[in-house]
Design a protein around this ligand. Structure first.
Ligand code: PMP
Length: 397
């Protein structure tokens, strides 16, 4: 049959990451590719217990429909945690989502008509591009460095694109670079958003996975005009299979997003929301987060130390203070996708994510995202060392 697809389907393409996740499942390959959290860090027994209790204590209500914006108790608990992080909010500002990813989809549906401009970091989170693409936006890519998005460049980009609607940023331990936006830049970002009258989408699923240094205030905490939408997630601090995240926005925007949520999937799983709410009442999630951070810090230190000791000098890398990723940059004409297909995979049995797909406009081929989250100490050393050997011979010839 000749299916007459909607025009937007031209923008919906299989992602290179899917292929990588598949590779990551091959036990012979040491994959630094996928962005999965380390499953051994899920609070398994506690979650097992709260799921049991959610059913036995809440009975049939735990299996019934509930309010579309999410269980009021869970929204209250999230609001309290976010208040501690400097974001003044109540449960009326919170929409529970099927992971932060759903927030990307709903925000694009709420704001973006075909051709509307979204300014993003360059590079940016691939999953956001995938979520935005069906709305057929135009992208404006903003330079970034070790302090995050470059505000002079953002100002230029916004001046060149009057009517731009949205700034999308991952300010904490960005995916894919691991970089965090400095406070001065967050302040300037708000000034620019106010001046050019656009919405800021602050996507911060890694915010609490900080293992060194002090937290930088969320952009949302600097927002005085209700133009920042903050996205948080339980994926990295509890478990991604729960599919629970949240948006924090002005009451007006929360209501509009709620209508789209209702249209998309009615609500998140009542049982999952009850169980997570019970978890937050019963256990100290901050103690759990602190222990996750210790493990990620050890793995990050080990990966960077091994890269330093075994990769050629021409390869540079970011030094994240949290999150799951480091971003490697190779000499300009070095194609990381080709190197992976021709050498890293067949000869070293190592996978990573070639950087090109993270660029919304002009793809740069000489970068790669490495994740230290799922491999063991032994496989980190083994994979990085064999890759270092291959790179040394490739870059020297
Ligand atoms: N934003 C960023 C920057 C991410 O890296 C991810 C997950 N990898 C998400 C959003 C979505 O995560 P989830 O839907 O599991 O909350």
């Amino acid at each position: 049959m000749n299916v007459r697809f909607a025009g937007r389907m031209d923008k919906v393409k299989p992602s290179a990451i899917r292929e990588l996740l598949r590779l990551g499942a091959d036990p012979r390959i040491i994959s630094f590719g996928g962005g999965y959290p380390d499953a051994s860090l899920f609070p398994f027994e506690q979650l097992e217990e709260v799921f049991q209790t959610a059913i036995s204590a809440n009975g049939r209500d735990s299996l019934q429909y509930t309010v579309s914006n999410g269980l009021p108790r869970l929204r209250q608990q999230i609001a309290q945690r976010m208040e501690r992080d400097g974001i003044a909010c109540s449960q009326d500002n919170i929409l529970i989502l099927q992971g932060g990813q759903q927030g990307l989809d709903l925000v694009a549906k709420m704001l973006i008509d075909k051709g509307d401009v979204i300014a993003t970091e360059n590079p940016t989170f691939l999953g956001a591009l995938i979520a935005f693409n069906p709305c057929e936006p135009r992208y404006a890519a903003v330079r970034m460095d070790d302090d995050g998005m470059d505000m002079d460049d953002l100002e230029l980009v916004l001046a060149r694109n009057p009517g731009a609607k949205l700034i999308y940023t991952v300010p904490d331990f960005q995916n894919p670079t691991g970089v965090t936006m400095a406070l001065e830049r967050r302040k300037r970002l708000i000034e620019l958003a106010n001046r050019f009258d656009l919405i800021v989408l602050e996507d911060s699923p890694y915010r609490e996975i900080r293992y060194q240094g002090t937290p930088v205030p969320p952009i949302k905490s600097l927002d005085t005009e209700g133009r920042v939408i903050f996205l948080g997630s339980f994926s990295k601090i509890l478990a991604p299979g729960l599919r629970l995240g949240w948006a924090i926005a002005s009451e007006e925007l929360t209501q509009q997003l709620g209508l789209l949520k209702l249209a998309a999937d009615t609500q998140c799983s009542t049982l999952n929301m009850s169980a997570v709410s019970l978890y937050l009442d019963t256990y100290d999630i901050d103690v759990h987060i602190a222990s996750i951070c210790q493990t990620y810090r050890r793995k990050k230190d080990l990966m960077l130390e091994t890269i330093r000791g075994s990769f050629p000098q021409e390869v540079s890398f970011t030094e994240p203070s949290g999150g799951l990723f480091t971003w490697l940059s190779f000499p300009r004409n070095f194609d990381t996708a080709r190197f992976m297909a021709e050498h890293a995979l067949p000869e070293a049995k190592v996978a990573y994510v070639p950087g090109a797909t993270f660029f919304p406009l002009e793809q740069e081929v000489n970068h790669a995202r490495f994740s230290y989250s799922t491999q063991t100490d032994e496989t980190i050393v083994q994979g990085i060392t064999s890759l270092g050997r291959l790179l040394t011979s490739s870059l020297r010839t």
